[in-house]
Design a protein around this ligand. Structure first.
Ligand code: 5GP
Length: 190
């Protein structure tokens, strides 16, 4: 997606440890117009797939998850990363190692928001080693539903997640695929 790639080139900052900082439009400040364009593009990429629900992880997946779900006309559910006193009912929980926080978190979804027998699209802001996406996929499968796709805003194709997700047999689409962050420079897959 050219619009997203241009924003990454204009505003992205490469941090040590192969981390791309895009907090001016995706990870802290959010650009609603760009988020809507990303949601529309994800829906186009999964055209022909029946989708009943979108699942993402708080916090940075929510903007793009919301626009995707809005365009599809289906609910968005976000997994929480921290236990909440509001979660007094049965939950699905999976341990996920965070690439940026360097610690494990238990991502949690109330069971009532993931009914069985649905087709679920997973959405996230970044794909690195695939921990978050595969954790969400385990939750959907525990719930008795099917993961019909994984839609990512920015995937770092040189890390493990891309291969792990394809090896597991999921349909993966990314709006921008980064081939390298070497020498502080963003290069896209062509
Ligand atoms: P994974 O679970 O695939 O290893 O990592 C993806 C998760 O870690 C995303 O939900 C995202 O929040 C975070 N993440 C991984 N790599 C990056 C990165 O380069 N930049 C930012 N901003 N977040 C990242």
């Amino acid at each position: 997606m050219e619009l997203l790639e241009q924003r990454i080139l204009d505003e992205g900052i490469v941090l040590p440890g192969n981390v791309l900082k895009v907090d001016s439009f995706l990870n802290h400040q959010i650009d609603p117009k760009l988020s809507m364009a990303m949601g529309k593009e994800l829906v186009r990429l999964f055209d022909g797939t029946k989708i009943d629900r979108v699942l993402t992880v708080e916090a940075s997946g929510i903007a793009i998850g919301l626009t995707t779900a809005f365009v599809l006309g289906v609910p968005l559910v976000f997994a929480r990363k921290k236990a909440s006193v509001l979660m007094t009912e049965p939950v699905y929980m999976e341990k996920v190692y965070s690439y940026t926080k360097k610690e494990s978190a238990e991502i949690t979804v109330l069971q009532k928001f993931l009914p069985a027998g649905e087709n679920v699209l997973l959405v996230d802001d970044f794909l690195a080693n695939g921990e978050a996406a595969l954790g969400m996929a385990r939750i959907v499968e525990k719930a008795g539903s099917e993961v019909v796709g994984i839609g990512i805003a920015i995937e770092k194709s040189f890390q493990n997640g891309h291969k792990r997700i394809l090896d597991a047999g999921y349909h993966l689409e990314a709006l921008a695929s980064v081939a390298s962050l070497d020498d502080g420079k963003v290069t896209f897959v062509r």
